[in-house]
Design a protein. Sequence first.
Length: 318
Amino acid sequence: MRAGADSRALRIGRSGTARKFGSLSRIQGRLGRWAWHEVWLAVSSPLGCPGAERDARWRMLRLLRCAPQSYRDDFCREIMNLIRSESALVWFRRDLRVDDHAALSHALRDYRKVYCLFVFDTEILEALPRRDDRRVEFIRESLVELDRGLDELSRGAGGAGSGLTVLHGAARDLVAATAFELEVDAVLCNRDYEPSAIERDADVAERLRTRGVRFIQFKDQVIFEKSEVLTQSGTPFTVFTPYKRAWLKALETQPPTPFPVAPRAAALAPGAGGGVPALQALGFEPTNLSELALPCGMSGARRLLEDFRGRIDHYKVA
């Protein structure tokens, strides 16, 4: 069974990979005893814990001072490869895009291999009253573009190509099962705020925890969340105008941070299965979606945004 501890040192010790042991041996042979101790501490820092990345970078800066000048580039590369974990699974939900994606960006930064998953959740689909539901078709068409976008990103970054694994069933079962099958170190996703989604995610997190797989969530679809904008007494606002003022003030001091994806996209892994299933395979029928002025996917979102930007100055009278 995969080690359940968060320490990367344990995973290095139990993985048995010649590459990791080779890197450690080369570093140990070139650095003194103190520096070797620092290397081990940096490699053992738990990924995803508060301050872990900052602590690892601080240790790297200290180590650079004692590394031979001729070896510094190789030293940095080998250490950072050791700090990065082996693989992760990014679970797409309300965020069907490859640009400025918090979970995907963090996964590509921290893991050598990143798988991408979407689940047509039967707990949601089976509750829909009609089999010709435009929402399902909209999601399906958006997934086709997302699958293509992941592959283009990977190849553009020098990778072997990638894609989206799309499954149909209960998400709480399939996400954990896929993570165990792929033997990933963590499942990453962007936070969902619906009560049913919160309950589902807690269930998934617990299933993963029992097998030593971390479940890491990120703020993505909002600018501020939960307790980030509160009254001076620390309670939620109940009147809009004071909330608006506080929100805008917070925006001045905490502007949104972009999450780059393309620079590290070579780490994207190939998708599994037969691509995005047809509507009929999901138990649904085509609708008149294509006849409506509602484009799907990332390209559709860009078109709608550009259209709105041309009308935003007249928003109050539009």
